[in-house]
Structures are given as structure tokens and as C-alpha cells.
Design a protein around this ligand. Sequence first.
Ligand code: DP6
Length: 356
Amino acid sequence: MTYNPLGKKIEQSKLKEGSTSWKSPSNIALVKYWGKHGNQLPRNASISFTLDTAHTQTEIKFYPKEDNELIEMEFFFEGEKNIAFGTKIRNYLEGNRNYFPWITQLALIISSTNSFPHSSGIASSASSMSALIMCLMDIESQFQGEPLSVKKASFLSRLASGSASRSLYPQLSIWGAHPNIEHSNDLFAISYENQVDSVFADFHDDILIVSAKEKSVSSTAGHKLMEENIYASSRYEQANHHLEELIKAMKKGDLKTFGEIVESEAMTLHALMMCSNPSYILMEPNTLNIIREIRAFRQRTNHPVFFTLDAGPNIHMLYPSDLFDEVVSFTEEYLLAYCLDGKIIRDKVGQGPKKI
Ligand code: DP6
């Protein structure tokens, strides 16, 4: 597959000031992307639920400026100028200016807020990068008069953060080439909406916050450690096999197999961290306490309630919507004590980015 959506300059006479604002969700991987190569290419295919509540809202105000080939931008996070994240965005734009040649014709003021608390330990690169890209794509579309391409937005989000490529579509997204999944490819994610049993259309994901500390090892560093991990090649095979089996189970509405695969993916991700060189652990004691409680609850009730983990200590508790009331009581009785200040984000499968 080749896809290289290079951009073009804006016609001088069309330049004018304006603004755009987008809200874009986070996502939770069911089969994990862990290991990459080249320019943000995944070592295996991954699939995720698009979330609803956990999102970033970004606004870009733009003003015409002299095209001196310099990028002019300022970045504000939660109302305050943020140099670290601003530098990350600037580096991204510098490195990818072929896709945004018009970026030097406009001065940008970018402002972002997250729906989840800043220090909740929730991964924000997927929502923040996809929200930023949707704004940039919208500016391009306003000036070029062409409809915004979600495929291009996914491609450009991937270049910013791999998992961000999957936040662009409703319900379910797949990123990474898989021999048995039509249209799947490494360059951009594809939608998998409405292709599985309807029980997953409004699946719940309660994010149990165990710790809000900054991760000791970033995802980018974690991906890099996979290059030397002795289990890497069998992991990539396992992931592709899991994806195929997971999709079959989801099509049938087979929640038991769904849960087995999703939990195995979470455990494998963290096992890979533990056996990296240097080894590291991102789970906390309360991560294990919650896993134990969820498994015990499942055994007691036979209810399909499962967990998964991101690259961090917080638990994503996944279950069908009809169990909501029961899971809320279970959470209050058994899990709340393990959460940092009782913090839980009650999320569910969502519909993808929205223009504000
Ligand atoms: C564990 O997308 O954050 O959440 O491409 O370096 O930005 P970069 O990595 P990132 O990695 C996410 C890893 C994961 C699994 C997943 O979301 O698939």
C-alpha cells in the first residue's frame, strides 16, 4: 500500500483569519500496539474501542502572516502557556511540513483542554494528537474547499502518536496490516464500526485510577525496548493471532473469548515490560488488588466483566451496558478503596471526533 497525502499552499488571495475547534476521544486498545519501526510503523496490527468521556478539546485560531517559511505558533494547555507540549507540536509540524506546506502562511494560537483531570495518569496522546490533527485538517479543508479526509487525519495522527491514528472512527478501529483483514494497513487506521455484535456498540469502560504519577518509562521508550526483547517476534505473532480470534469472538458476541483475549493482551503487555532490558514495572500493588477483585466477582456472579491496562497502572474495567447498576455496586463495595481518592472515569464506547 502506498499513500502519501502531501499538502499544498493556500492561494494568497484566499488567506483570511478564522478559527476551528474539535473534540477528539481517547481510545483503549483490546489488542495492543507495542513495538514500532521506521517512521511510526507498527510491528503488529491492533484494535481499539473509541471512548466517549475521556477526550481532548482543541481550538486553533489562525491569522495570515508573511510566508517566510517559519512556523509561528503558541500552545496553551488548560488556559496556560505550555512550552513542553508546544515544542512537541512544533517539532511534529517541522518534521511533517510536506503535509502542511500552508503552515508557514498562518500564525496559529492553539488551546487545548482535557475532559479528564490533568494528573489522572490517563494517556492523553491519542486524544490530544487526534484533536490537533482534526483542527489542522479542518483549516486545510476551509481553505482548499475540499471535504476533510478522515483517512488523511488518521495517517497524520499516526505520525504524531501511533495510537492516535485509531481515535478517528466511531466504535472500533484497526491499525496495522493484517493478512486476513481487508484494507488493514500500517499507514492509517480503518473503521471497524458495525462489524461486530451489537453488545459492543455501547460497551462500558470504567477507568479506575490507581495512580496519577508520571510514568517511569514513556511509551516511546517502551516501544524501543521491544527491539531488543527476546520475546518480540513471538509477541508480534501472538498479537496478529489474537486480533483474528478476537474479531471472530466479537462477531459472534462471544464475551467469554473476548475477555480471555483482552485480559491476555493486558498481561502480555506488562510481562513484556517486566522482561525488557532494563526491566520495569508500571503496575502498582492496587492494580493487582483490583485485578484479583474483578476475577473473584466474575467467578461469584458469572458476569462478563473484564479488565485491560494501558502502559500504566490504571485499570480499564470492560462490561456490557446491561450490567451497569450491578457493576456500580460492586465497584463501590470492592474497588473504590483501591482507587486514588476514589477516582473513577465512567466511560463507554463513543462516536469519534466532533466539530464544536
Ligand atoms: C500501550 O501510541 O503512546 O497504549 O506511537 O510512541 O506515541 P507512540 O506510542 P503510543 O503507544 C501506545 C501503547 C499502548 C497500546 C495501544 O494503545 O495500542
